[in-house]
Design a protein around this ligand. Structure first.
Ligand code: NAP
Length: 301
């Protein structure tokens, strides 16, 4: 089987590259914007691919004719999407249309990664049946992309995920676990919201979900997240506890109190039974995830 990844320099992209490099029966085409930033450049083919350029999408997909395309590339900075609507539309919506068109042309299955931010967050955890109602520009862009995939793609999986954490080399963006650990290690006081609830997702688990959906060419929407439901304050408290950092540095705050440009859904978190039963998805507990990250932090530069 031949698999093409977009956004292979990102957190999920690098975790999928880690996984596919261990699978000799899979031919991996890793693609990202600009140069390849994956540390050990062997065991896969790399192509530079800016997915906002329809001609590049056409050239690379028709050249390699993958069986499956996994789209991990996105504008993932929620606040940046609020101020750069054109950039967000180009990457999170229009580029998805280009990928869907080319997947249909070459007969490839399309695995698209989406988000809990398509919901308004009045309650949780939620199933795949919940009705989307995004609160932010990012959320709207990801919901529009889902609608394009569902309406136009011939063979597709949409994998929705929640608050992804992990570490890879040369990361362009941090995440909540690394942010909390790094700041607490420097003795900084942190204001953390207690009124947002999530099921945080280890990046390896999200990669596992993508690989299962790709291998099975699974049809439909699947929730792929961690299984532990907690407030963001609880999450950061558990990070402090795990690395034996000073919990007295944590101030309980509210979404109103920390004022971020984009509105976040208060309560999301996913029920993941469908992915566990249909795909064989088995996520780690939150503390198992922290232990995996701890080991990696000792080796990844
Ligand atoms: N992270 C989360 O908490 C979270 C939560 C819910 C859903 N998701 C979804 O999960 C997916 C993967 O997210 P992630 O955490 O792996 O994000 P990430 O680390 O930010 O990776 C996204 C990658 O997309 C790349 N990219 C940007 N513009 C591109 C372009 N024009 N062409 C090709 N690649 C481009 C970025 O490249 P550079 O590195 O060069 O900038 C980056 O490496 C996304 O669909 C995201 O919406 C993430």
């Amino acid at each position: 089987m031949k698999i093409l990844l977009t956004g292979s320099n990102g957190l999920l992209g690098q975790k999928l590259t880690d996984y596919y490099k261990t699978q000799p029966q899979i031919q991996l085409i890793a693609t990202a914007r600009g140069a390849d930033r994956y540390a050990e450049k062997s065991g896969y083919v790399y192509e530079s691919l800016d997915i906002t350029q329809s001609s590049e999408v056409n050239n690379v997909l028709t050249k390699h004719k993958p069986d499956v395309v996994i789209n991990t590339a996105a504008m993932t900075n929620v606040d940046a999407c609020e101020s750069d609507h054109a950039g967000c539309d180009a990457l999170n919506v229009n580029a998805v249309k280009y990928l869907v068109t080319e997947c249909n042309n070459i007969g490839a299955h399309f695995v698209h990664v989406s988000t809990d931010f398509i919901f308004d967050g009045t309650h949780g955890p939620i199933t795949e049946e919940e009705i989307p109602n995004p609160l932010s520009y990012y959320g709207r862009s990801k919901y529009l992309a889902e609608q394009i995939v569902q309406a136009e793609c011939k063979s597709w999986s949409i994998l929705r995920t929640v608050l992804v954490y992990g570490v890879v080399s040369d990361m362009s963006r941090s995440n909540i676990v690394l942010w909390a650990k790094n700041n607490l290690e420097q003795g900084k006081t942190l204001n953390v919201v207690g009124d947002q609830f999530r099921t945080p997702t280890l990046a390896e688990d999200l990669a596992q979900g993508c690989a299962l959906a790709a291998a099975q060419k699974a049809q439909g929407i699947f929730n792929i997240s961690g299984r532990d439901f907690m407030s963001v304050f609880d999450l950061v408290y558990r990070v402090a506890h795990f690395w034996k950092l000073d919990k007295a540095l944590l101030n309980l705050s509210t979404s109103e109190g920390i004022k971020q440009p984009a509105k976040r859904p208060p309560i999301t978190g996913f029920i993941i039974d469908k992915a566990m039963n249909q795909l064989g998805y088995k996520p780690h507990s939150f503390e198992e995830g922290l232990a995996i990250l701890d080991k990696q932090l000792k080796t990844i530069t």
